[in-house]
Design a binder for this molecule. Sequence first.
Ligand code: HEC
Length: 256
Amino acid sequence: MSEKSGIRIRIGLALLACALAILGFVFPSIQAAEPSRESLAAEYLKEVRPLFQGYCWRCHNSQKHQADVDLNSFTSLADISKAPRTWQKVLEMLESRQMPPKIAKQPNDSERDRLRLWVRSFLKTEARAQAGDPGPVVLRRLSNAEYTYTVRDLTGVVDLQPARQFPTDGAAGEGFTNAGQALVMSSALLTKYLDAGKEIAAHAVLLPDGLRFSSKTTRRDCTNEILDQIRGIYRQYTDARGKHARQLARHCLRHQ
Ligand code: HEC
């Protein structure tokens, strides 16, 4: 190969790489081609709904709706969008081959794939469309753990357990104990909050310029706690016979 043609090939490759990079940059949608809602809607009416009719409606219609699933009622994509949970179950049933039940007429493999892939595309498109939407945000109380840690942070008393007498937080359907809908308030719980508040207040120590919190609750224990802290400072700078007092003087000067 002559040197000239070598250079030409290298320049050609560089241009090609540039072109690919630009294409990838300008048309990212080429890589992630996803069906539009229009095409999903059209496919549903033309191909998918008739398959559901053939294999599922017998047991899932308005009169006979096994497991509360009426597949006949979904006449358009808009209807389907309103019930994503049902359609997640439909996908699960199709993928695990639990539906149609063994005793019923079975779709062949390509028909099952058609149903499965359509439902999956629909759910994916729907998830993308709703991405970033946290759903309705409800006003809620803190979970027991959140309440406990908040009180500990605010008071600085790490062994407080104000939620000790509260009923355990129930896990909502998703299994999380901090789901807003599950964190309800009742009059019984409100009374317990009041008791917890009193217990926390018992740890408050009034000072001339405000208040602080102590891990103790009696005046005598609080005083001893402070005295212990003061003795601790002295202990660092003195030995048993009271020597090294100069170091303490230096410490005091530094912390003035
Ligand atoms: C012969 C009747 C029959 C046919 C046909 C049938 N199903 Fe079902 N389906 C049932 C019954 C019965 C249940 C309730 C099963 C249970 O509770 O264990 C059910 C439950 C379901 C559920 C709810 C599952 C759950 O966990 O809540 C879905 C979704 C479902 N079917 C989808 C389908 C789909 C999709 C088809 C067609 C491909 C289909 N079914 C065909 C009888 C049928």
